[in-house]
Design a protein around this ligand. Structure first.
Ligand code: NAI
Length: 463
């Protein structure tokens, strides 16, 4: 059997794995990357971040045309939805980006193996490509296999009526009534898409609030806005089962009447992809939650085997996996590298967007940390007025004694882009005063963030 040898073998070509592979190649490693799917890019590019953002963008344009443009004097008749064209555009965006990763692999001379990887023993990986299979050897091995949608007891997704985010990115027709289970990132983003395109959408959430990990004030404000957009919420609602028959579904919940609908989206979190990886052949044991335990250098308990991204736990975010991938291979190349987990932001791409970095008010209170808070509403921001998007606020939380920024939370237009400024400021250990003193261009949305920083010491100008 033909055995290929590499300095580094990366298993998984999602944002964690493919970025690690490229960085390692830049550092002079001979890299092989094993990916089961025909296209590179992982969940994020193929069935996650990118297609969902393409649909969020298109559906928002449709809703804007239907509901908001008349107020700007733009009138037209006969607005129609061509869902097939919208889905095709989404697929084209995905195809362009996954091909882009292929080109980057060629440019960096990364050897790509298509097939399912199983660890055989130290430095040895079997690739099953549907035919004979092959062995690939690596001095070092990096596991970046990501995660897949979790489901609930009593629900078996059927890949059609009862599905996960993957199906919800490609419904061939707009559902009449979509029931979304879980008011987290996926439930709110994809629930918003189909609501804008005309579906009745009911979101069932086990907890008594949406967006569990987010700042409570921001999440509560967001919920009001989503309700105005027509999303219906049932909080404190435990789903116990769902079944489909003849194109109709029934969702059962504890203590409430069953709900009839025509599609169910299960969005109750994700679970790490570890099954069939052959971890037992290297003595790697999973932790209590099913993740691969690693040390701060991303080393597993097996010599020469490393792991990053969703499969090791922490926030299941593409950019977190990328950071870890880069830090891991830079350390392998003898460089100093670390991931600053305090400055990894999260964004929910609803309308408006919700973005967050650092600690929430609740986390600070629980930790007994004294903080000062500055809030600025977008309705007082000139640029937001010109955009016609005045809902939401920016919030800066700073240490009561040192003034160091501890958290920034934004609900508002382009919050996902604005949060990067906060993350950079925090990475440099900025105080709210630093952010407040930096000249911000007028008129921009960023001025709202600056005003929130000014508001920490009661100096906001426009409120
Ligand atoms: P999530 O963890 O964000 O939300 C799941 C929700 O389901 C929670 O609020 C939970 O309380 C609820 N839930 C659990 N069991 C339930 C039950 N029996 N009945 C009703 N509700 C129940 O998970 P989600 O939305 O599936 O996303 C998965 C991962 O993907 C997240 O970790 C997220 O970080 C990532 N993601 C990130 C995106 C982004 O960065 N914009 C977009 C989409 C996903």
């Amino acid at each position: 059997m033909n055995v290929q040898e590499h300095d580094l073998v990366v298993i998984g070509a999602g944002p964690g794995g493919y970025v690690a592979a490229i960085r390692a190649a830049q550092l002079g490693f001979n890299v092989g990357c094993i990916e089961e799917a025909p296209a590179l890019g992982g969940t994020c590019l193929r069935v996650g971040c990118i297609p969902s953002k393409a649909l969020l963008e298109s559906s928002e344009r449709f809703a804007e045309a239907r509901e908001h443009l008349a107020s700007q004097g733009i009138l037209f008749s006969d607005l129609k939805l061509d869902l097939a064209a919208m889905l095709r555009r989404k697929d084209q965006v995905v195809a362009t980006l996954t091909k882009g990763v292929e080109a980057l692999f060629r440019k960096n001379k990364i050897t790509r193996y298509q097939g399912r990887a199983t660890l055989l023993g130290p430095g040895r990986v079997h690739v099953q490509d549907g035919k004979a299979g092959a062995e690939v050897r690596g001095r070092k091995i990096l596991i970046a296999t990501g995660s897949q949608p979790a489901t609930l007891p009593g629900i078996t997704p059927d890949g059609d009526r009862i599905g996960t985010s993957t199906e919800a990115l490609s419904y061939p027709t707009v559902p009449k009534h979509l029931v979304v289970i879980g008011a987290g990132y996926i439930g709110l983003e994809l629930g918003s898409v189909w609501r804008r395109l005309g579906a009745k959408v009911t979101v069932l959430e086990f907890l008594d609030r949406i967006l569990a990990g987010m700042d409570h004030e921001i999440a509560a404000e967001a919920k009001k806005l989503f309700e105005k957009q027509g999303l219906e919420f049932r909080l404190g609602c435990k789903v116990t089962g769902a079944r489909a028959k003849d194109g109709q579904c029934v969702v059962e919940t504890e203590g409430q009447p069953p709900i009839q609908c025509d599609r169910v989206l299960v969005a109750v979190g994700r679970k790490p992809n570890t099954e069939g990886l052959g971890l037992e052949n290297l003595g790697i044991k999973l932790d209590a939650k099913g993740f691969i335990p690693v040390n701060p250098a991303f080393a597993t308990t097996a010599e020469g085997v490393y792991a990053i991204g969703d499969v090791i736990g922490g926030p299941m975010l593409a950019h977190k996996a990328e950071e870890e991938g880069v830090a891991c291979v830079e350390a392998l190349a003898g460089r100093r590298a670390h991931v600053d987990y305090d400055t990894i932001a999260g964004v929910v791409y609803t309308h408006p967007e919700i973005a967050s970095v650092g600690k929430t008010e609740q986390q600070l209170s629980e930790a007994g940390r004294e903080y000062r808070k500055g809030v600025f509403p977008f309705r007082a921001n000139g640029r937001a007025r010109t955009l016609g998007q005045v809902e939401g606020m920016a919030k800066v939380l700073a240490d009561a004694k040192t003034d160091r920024i501890l958290g920034v939370h934004i609900l508002g237009p382009h919050a996902g882009d604005l949060i990067n400024e906060a993350a950079v400021a925090m990475a440099f250990g900025a105080s709210s005063e630093d952010l407040a003193r930096a000249c911000h261009v007028h008129p921009t949305l960023g001025e709202a963030l600056r005003e929130a920083a000014l508001a920490v010491s009661g100096r906001a100008v426009h409120v």
